[in-house]
Design a protein around this ligand. Structure first.
Ligand SMILES: Nc1nc2c(ncn2[C@@H]2O[C@H](COP(=O)(O)OP(=O)(O)OP(=O)(O)O)[C@@H](O)[C@H]2O)c(=O)[nH]1
Ligand SMILES: [Mg+2]
Length: 158
């Protein structure tokens, strides 16, 4: 799908074709705009899905924002989006979610497609490419901005 490749593109401004499937939740710490951020790269295989989303019991360690990624050239990955959204909402009903259609350079006509899943769930949609670096910064910047706003809301409510 390109979750790991998108994270690498965003954090290191690079794309390497080496293929290695993620088998456990991997956390990347960095800094953006003077702010500490942590990106969680999850395994995408269904068999590992119990490992993908932390259980919502850990308090301060909770995620503040999520990106759902699918492969714009593989319909099956699009069809799984409701399942992944449900999984996120099950643990974190309130966090902002955005959707990314990856590998868009392979099918540029899809840049203008309004995918029904995004519209129906009122989620912002980003056509992206880890290979070409298309809209990757915009995607992560929006997700980080969403996280900042969500976190502020949570802290106000404490
Ligand atoms: N054409 C194209 N291929 C991509 C792009 N991003 C990723 N890929 C391909 O997709 C493969 C899988 O990418 P990963 O980033 O490992 O996918 P993942 O979602 O992390 O997969 P898991 O860790 O198994 O869940 C890569 O080896 C690339 O060949 C992209 O933007 N365009
Ligand atoms: Mg991966």
């Amino acid at each position: 799908m390109g979750k790991t490749k998108l994270v690498e593109r965003y954090l290191k401004q690079e794309y390497s074709p080496a293929l290695q499937s993620t088998s456990a939740l991997t956390r990347y710490r960095d800094e953006r705009g003077g702010r500490a951020i942590e990106l969680w790269d999850t395994p995408g295989q269904e068999a590992h899905r119990h490992l993908c989303i932390p259980d919502g019991q850990s308090g301060d360690d909770d995620p503040n924002s999520a990106i759902l990624i699918f492969d714009a050239t593989r319909k099956s990955t699009y069809k799984s989006l409701p399942m992944w959204l449900q999984l996120i909402r099950g643990s974190y009903p309130e966090i902002p979610v955005v959707v990314a259609a990856n590998k868009i350079e392979l099918d540029p006509a899809k840049i203008d497609v309004t995918f029904a899943f995004a519209t129906k769930n009122e989620l912002e949609l980003f056509p992206v490419s880890a290979v070409e670096g298309i809209k990757v910064a915009e995607l992560f910047e929006r997700a980080i901005q969403n996280a900042v706003e969500h976190r502020a809301k949570v802290e106000r409510g404490r």
